[in-house]
Design a protein around this ligand. Sequence first.
Ligand code: ZN
Length: 278
Amino acid sequence: MNIGCHISIAGGIEKAPKRATDLGCETMQIFTHSPQGGKILPLTKKICQKFKVQNSKYKIRKIYVHAPYYINFASSDNRIRYGSVSAIRKELERANLIGAKYVIVHLGSAKNLERGKAIKQTIKMLQKTLDNYQDKTKLLIENTAGEGNIIGDTFKELSYIIKQTKDSSIAGICLDTQHSFASGYNWKNFDKTLKKISKEINLKLIKFIHANDSKVECGSRKDRHEHIGKGKIGLNAFKKIVKFAINNNIDMVCETEGQGVAKDIKLLKKFRQILIKK
Ligand SMILES: [Zn+2]
């Protein structure tokens, strides 16, 4: 299993692999363009080739793409909803061009729409997104921290959405440790929490992990990442999370910021080394 972090693509995606190596990454997550919107530059053959050469040069073994933030399949606004469908379809195609394994997406927020209706609509939009899609890169849905009327804060809901969408291009979920903690899954009681999750979703559907500690308490429903061991989840829980990732061969990336991220990666690697030796 590989360890890494989210890497900036400032100056072009082909700049990311070196940045990743400098931080100690074996894998990385990137955006393929600015996640806030704006002009999306095409990924030419030349750029993709350069990117692939850099990845092998710097030994970045797997690429994950995070979808932009403005996606909302649950919006009551037609323009936003259908805009999300074409944006994710495009993102899957772009990710496929650069050889990424998965695109990770947040489904959006129901806001004032009734929950059941919003979920139904989300499923319909996912089906539209994947209609006739046949590329190799698959989609992962990320669990959310549960702020407001956001979709996908429980694994039960994610499982339901995946089942109902019935499209093999959704490979499963990306588990964000901070989001799950914020929405009430207490990693401090690791065994109990994993058991609870296993009752809500097939654990085999966990294909990727965002390893983030939490600035906020369990159940506070806020999306606030912290460096590993510096937050409310704590080192002991992360040791167990790393063990779970090793046993199930799931790559992990940190979405923490600044200088501390190199240390986060180092810590996770250290846990892996100790656990594999055992
Ligand atoms: Zn995340």
